[in-house]
Design a protein around this ligand. Sequence first.
Ligand code: ADP
Ligand code: MG
Length: 254
Amino acid sequence: MIRARDLRVRLDGTLIVDGVDLDVARGEWVMVIGPNGAGKSTALRAIGGLLPYTGVVELNGRPVDSLQRRERAKTIAMVNQTPTVPPGMRVLDYALLGRTPYIAPLGRESAADVAAVEEVLESLDVAQFAGRRLETLSGGERQRVFLARALAQGAGILLLDEPTSALDIGHQQEVLELIDRLRAERGLTVLATMHDLSVAGEYADRLVLLSSGAVAAAGTAREVLTEENLAKHYRVRVRVIEGEHGPLVVPVRG
Ligand code: ADP
Ligand code: MG
């Protein structure tokens, strides 16, 4: 599980994350929403131990900055907003990068590592691309491979920064359903950022609305996705209507 208290992150002297408290229980899915530049990606990277911060960040009860690199990689896996695609790299080799924390320095992956990765590729329905170069895949296929690399890490906590922003609604739904299924099957704890507010509300157990680096609202979708909150923090006029699985946010012209 994740516990952050009074999390602050400074980038080049500017306070970007300004005192965030956040909890994600084991097996829970929490979605961070908020306007562009609110500090979502920065907060996520700090929680993943990739940026210096002040305050408390604990993963399974241990401070993230006390974990050695390998140990951290076995605890938490992250998919960045725009992962870099190493040119010419094949899907299998890319997914094998997820096994790095299990491979001795200068060592090679074992048959067990390859088997673990093949199983993950299979479960994400991308095994047929194993030999293909990553850049030849479609956006949706590639996103599933990014996810495969993260899952191959075998970490119980998953950080996903806008995992579906590059996808059409069909692939978006496919990836989100998949994450939800994996969460149920593997008991994963998921913290993700997301732009589509209705979709965020549908999949998350709880939402955290970040605005100017601080938590502006937190709770269930019904509590957070209000016309008032969205008008205030996104400067947008919306109607919030009741959908089958919670509130649906519809922008309306002024
Ligand atoms: P979000 O993911 O919510 O869109 P980010 O966490 O990416 O927001 O960025 C938050 C803010 O931090 C933005 O205003 C961005 O311009 C700023 N920022 C990002 N990197 C740096 C940096 N290295 N130095 C100063 N400001 C930065
Ligand atoms: Mg971002």
